[in-house]
Ligand binder design. Structure first.
Ligand SMILES: O=C[C@H](O)COP(=O)(O)O
Length: 251
């Protein structure tokens, strides 16, 4: 039985002081839950403060991006060992904003996934089609390619440490989520790909949906057996709404 997993991706929002304030509210409302795995993913400059504030709670901390190299002359980048040293548990890899705005390739995503696993960081790998790809009937083709590329060369025993977040690009930040049926259909396909890549692991890998998830629609997504939780953007920026998503995910 896979435990529901709700993660908040704050993107480039919240100063370090605002981040502390937000998680302080959040931990009061939902910090002790054990029925849902919970994580927040602030910007790098807020990570340390958030780790400190959440130290004695069940809310884990993730980062939004990292380089795959151990160290070196990569100005502006963050190495996996730096995140691991801070006590970070999750790392979002290959978010569509990284792919589209910062030209991150499938090969970069694969390098980051393998590097994260070496440092015991648990990857949340984002995949998803654009509106043009969906309209051209290429959703499954696109997502299949992204999942296979991201997991190329990953050992079967490591695959269960990975979470996949299926985030159709057209549903991100638009208020227009995919329907639960659309999400479940693609997520079921992703589970079949995991079965091909690592037989037996398909029942262990958690697959989230992401894209305009709110407290009022999470229950419908969670009613689909293949959907294990959500990667939440906008609704994770307020303690009450993020806690509402968590609460309703467990119903
Ligand atoms: O990583 C989170 C996603 O991009 C979803 O963002 P959103 O919930 O604001 O649509």
């Amino acid at each position: 039985m896979r435990k529901p997993f709700i993660a908040g991706n704050w993107k480039m929002n919240k100063t370090p002081s605002e981040a502390r304030e937000l998680v302080n509210k959040l931990k009061e409302i939902t910090g002790n839950r054990t029925d849902v795995d919970m994580a927040v993913c602030p910007n790098d400059v807020s990570l340390q403060g958030v780790v400190e504030e959440l130290a004695s709670t069940n809310i884990k901390v993730g980062a939004q991006n990292m380089h795959w190299k151990e160290s070196g002359a990569y100005t502006g980048e963050t190495a996996p060992g730096m995140l691991a040293d801070l006590g970070i548990e999750y790392i979002i890899i290959g978010h569509s904003e990284r792919r589209q705005i910062f030209n991150e390739t499938d090969q970069d995503v694969n390098r980051k996934v393998k590097s994260a696993l070496q440092y015991d960081l648990k990857p949340i790998i984002c995949v998803g089609e654009s509106l043009a790809e969906r309209e051209a009937g290429k959703t499954k083709e696109t997502v299949t390619f992204q999942v296979k590329a991201a997991l190329a060369g990953v050992r079967s025993e490591d695959i269960e440490k990975v979470t996949i977040a299926y985030e159709p690009i057209w549903a991100i930040g638009t208020g227009e989520s995919a329907s639960a049926e659309q999400a479940a259909d693609t997520i079921n396909k992703i589970r079949k790909i995991i079965a091909e890549l690592a037989p037996g692991k398909e029942s262990e890998v958690r697959i989230q949906y992401g894209g305009s998830v709110k407290p009022h629609n999470i229950e419908e997504f969670m009613s689909k057996p293949d959907i294990d939780g959500a990667l939440v953007g906008g609704a994770s920026l307020e303690a009450e709404s993020f806690a509402g998503v968590i609460e309703n995910a467990s119903k």
